[in-house]
Design a protein around this ligand. Structure first.
Ligand SMILES: Nc1ncnc2c1ncn2[C@@H]1O[C@H](COP(=O)(O)OP(=O)(O)O)[C@@H](O)[C@H]1O
Ligand SMILES: [Mg+2]
Length: 497
């Protein structure tokens, strides 16, 4: 009779060999799917579905934790329904697993709120050490039926699976992060191109426009404060954006604030920010100066800034620090300041409505954008530029008849380039074909009447224009201001009644 132990040893080793082959095959399969996986969940499912049978487990789960707005997922075998990611994340056994680098095993324990006879698990860690998920199995079955505990060999297998799957998970995440970055950069690029397409550059070859463009080009490179002057609609904001786009700070933010449109009581916190707890429930808020850090702040309608705020602006310009409302520490800011106004600041200074010291701080470089009626030679080019833009947007071909151009040249454009742009938008919307004729131009002020007025009487043209707009909106000043592209405070100042 042969020794029963020998027989049993021989069969055990044959069994062991078969088991080893099965495990190697499983690892081979997993490694192949790792190479092709495009998706974390698919990868987790693959790893789990190979692992559970090879380890003779009654069930198991593979959780991939949430990342960058992805909510995470759990694949499960032998758990009905599959556990939610939150219950996995709060399970004490899972938490123990996440704390280690090595596989963990237990005898009888609770796992996901059920009693299991045995459990084993391993964290899926990125090379950085970050836990990306866990792989866990439970209820090991012994060969003859009944339960057993997970062995050292089983844990080695789990470790091998984790070693295959974790880098792939990490790589998938990195790819997703990169794809997101690419999307974001594309979006930013599109936005930049949208706001700064060649077509959006300052159009105009008249002598004053050439001078303005040349000044913008030179001033852009420096950090000197620039004051842009010109009537409403002459392109001040566009010029400010070009100053920023041409500057070494172009990668930084361009932050605009209209000092006339923000109510005086809010202007200070808008500009300089507010410390948390200034009043009950007040959260800290950054002001535009801090938001513009590393970039450019555009202070539009600077002439309408109330005197107390002017004093604070002066301090910011002199000392390059801002004080948040209710803040104790001045905060340094690195900001290039571009201001704009339609007002005659010298006159405002004389009337003591504008600080002279602030004026000189702001006006290190001054760029003057002349009204359109003083550079009528720019009108045909501007018109062609706007029409081309409308046509491109709408997939049309648009052009002006000769008499339409003549009509444009006769008009005074109290609303300047903005008015020309709006006029063409309106006409393009009305004509069915490609040609815009004189009769299609809906001037808000009769061109003949405007042309009939003497050039020195521009103020009266403006007043008349405002009056007509006011009548057309039934005296509603907010709406009139919006139509005229000026703000209400400016409208009140015009004293048109
Ligand atoms: N020289 C120009 N070339 C092209 N577009 C211009 C020009 N000047 C002004 N615009 C356009 O006219 C509109 C009004 O310009 P904006 O910069 O807002 O004027 P402002 O700030 O002086 O009121 C904007 O749509 C702007 O793009
Ligand atoms: Mg403006």
């Amino acid at each position: 009779m042969s020794d029963p132990r020998t027989v049993s040893n021989a069969s055990v080793s044959a069994f062991d060999l078969k088991k080893k082959v099965l495990r190697l095959e499983a690892l081979y399969d997993i490694s192949r799917s790792v190479a092709n996986a495009r998706d974390e969940t698919v990868l987790a499912e693959e790893a789990l579905s190979r692992t559970v049978p090879v380890l003779d487990a009654g069930g198991g789960f593979c959780a991939v934790f949430e990342d960058r707005g992805q909510s995470g997922s759990v694949s499960a075998v032998g758990l009905h329904p599959p556990p939610a990611i939150v219950s996995v994340l709060s399970d004490p056994f899972v938490l123990d697993v996440c704390r280690t680098n090595d596989p963990v095993r237990r005898g009888e324990t609770r796992l996901l709120n059920v009693e299991v006879r045995s459990a084993a698990g391993i964290p899926l860690r990125a090379p950085s050490g970050e836990v990306l998920g866990v792989l866990s199995v439970f209820d090991k079955e012994s060969r003859g039926g009944g339960s057993a505990s997970f062995e050292v060999e089983d844990l080695r297998f789990l470790a091998s699976v984790a070693a295959l799957v974790s880098p792939a998970l990490g790589a998938l995440r990195q790819i997703r992060a990169l794809a997101e970055d690419v999307d974001r950069l594309r979006e930013e690029n599109r936005a930049l191109k949208g706001s700064l397409r060649a077509g959006d550059l300052l159009v105009g070859d008249s002598a004053p426009m050439r001078r303005a463009k040349e000044l913008i080009g030179r001033a852009a490179a420096s950090r000197a404060s620039v004051l842009i002057r010109g009537e409403s609609g002459t392109g001040k904001e566009l010029a400010a954006k070009l100053l920023h786009a041409g500057s070494p700070r172009r990668e930084g933010p361009f932050i605009a604030i209209n000092c006339a449109a923000v109510p005086e009581s809010l202007l200070e916190s808008e500009l300089f920010g507010i410390e948390r707890g200034v009043a009950t429930g007040v959260e800290q808020r950054l002001g535009k100066f801090e938001l513009a850090s590393g970039g450019t702040i555009f202070l539009d309608e600077i002439g309408d800034t109330p005197l107390p705020i002017q004093a604070k602006l002066l301090r910011v310009l002199q000392e390059r620090v801002v004080e948040r409302l209710g803040g104790r520490q001045p905060v340094p800011v690195d900001v290039r300041v571009v201001a704009a106004t339609h007002a005659d600041l010298m006159e405002e200074i004389r009337r003591r409505r504008f600080r002279e010291d602030l004026f000189f701080r702001l006006r290190v470089v001054e760029i003057q954008l002349p009204p359109l009626r003083e550079r009528k030679e720019d009108i045909p080019r501007l018109a062609a530029h706007f029409l081309a833009r409308i046509a491109e947007r709408e997939g049309r071909h648009l052009s002006l008849t000769r008499s339409a151009v003549a009509e444009l040249l006769r008009y005074s454009f109290p609303g300047n380039v903005r008015e020309l742009e709006n006029l063409l938008e309106g006409s393009a919307a009305l004509v069915a074909g490609d040609l815009i004729d004189a009769g299609d131009l809906q001037f808000s002020l009769a061109p003949v009447a405007a042309a009939g007025l003497a050039a020195h009487d521009l103020a009266s043209i403006e007043r008349e224009h405002i009056r007509q707009v006011l009548v057309s909106v039934g005296g509603n000043k907010s709406r009139a201001a919006r139509m005229l592209g000026i703000n209400r405070r400016t409208l009140y100042r015009k004293n048109v009644t």
